[in-house]
Design a protein around this ligand. Structure first.
Ligand SMILES: Cc1ncc(COP(=O)(O)O)c(C=O)c1O
Length: 253
């Protein structure tokens, strides 16, 4: 049975009950980066200076001067000398050409509605999942996920001592009704609703299912109502399913 609007507003006003967005203790502790390259850059501009403190070796010492990748379909991708060198000696927060490409890709494909979004580059998606989950999940926090899910993420959630709440699925992926039932059951039991939903909507691992387009909006509405964060693991949409934004007609970003 749906929670009446009044009760939902009451929960929204009480973070202890509604699970309103909150960083984990670790997330609150670490804060933003305080890195500043300013003073070192002054020194680096001097002719002949090699500042090892920043891990910036002389260009001439870099071992890779070109990269050529051949795809299974015969496409050849070549990275020239200049790009190969900057890819080995990039500034903090990632190789700038790659970052700009990714920012544009996300803008085109997802058109994030917020003003202050950004892209972070990690070594593999597991590292991104690890970083995000550590920033959000405290021991005992309830985390919703598909009843069959990616083993390594489940393992990570176990390591973080999360309370994993498995959700029923069908051929069209996760069932919004299962999310609603799980949240309501926790509230009825006097426990905070789940902190987060971890989901793999496309090429779901291991079932291979794809979330029905109508369910995106339903799940988003539930996240707003119960105050949980959605962590979407979209590992396969572009790569294996060749999905681009046009395929998501009517689906919220
Ligand atoms: C859904 C999903 N997410 C994340 C990963 C981990 O990806 P990576 O190898 O880039 O860390 C995998 C790998 O199988 C996966 O299937």
């Amino acid at each position: 049975m749906p929670i009446p609007q009044e009760a939902a507003s009451e929960m929204a006003a009480d973070p202890a009950r509604c699970g309103a967005f909150k960083l984990s203790s670790f997330g609150q502790l670490v804060g933003p980066s305080r890195f500043s390259a300013g003073p070192l850059q002054e020194v680096m501009r001097q002719p002949g200076a090699h500042v090892l403190a920043q891990g910036v070796p002389p260009m001439a010492s870099l071992p890779i001067v070109g990269v050529k990748i051949t795809l299974a379909d015969g496409t050849v991708i070549e990275i020239d000398k200049a790009e190969s060198l900057t890819s080995q000696r990039y500034a903090p927060f990632g190789w700038s050409s790659l970052r700009s490409w990714l920012v544009e890709h996300v803008r085109q494909q997802h058109a994030p509605p917020a003003e202050d979004w950004d892209v972070g580059i990690t070594s593999g998606s597991m590292y991104a999942l690890d970083a995000v989950l550590r920033l959000l999940v405290d021991p005992g926090d309830a985390v919703l996920c598909e009843e069959y899910t990616f083993l390594a993420t489940k393992d990570l959630l176990h390591c973080l001592r999360a309370d994993i709440v498995p959700l029923a699925m069908d051929a069209d992926g996760l069932l919004p009704s299962a999310i609603e039932a799980a949240c309501e059951a926790r509230i009825r039991a006097g426990r905070p609703p789940p902190k987060l939903l971890y989901t793999i909507p496309v090429g779901q691992n291991p079932t291979g299912s794809r979330l029905h387009p109508d369910r995106y909006a339903e799940i988003y509405a539930l996240a707003q109502r119960f105050g949980f964060v959605i962590l979407e693991d979209d590992a396969y949409a572009c790569m294996q399913h060749r999905l681009m934004i046009a395929d998501y007609e009517g689906v919220p970003p």
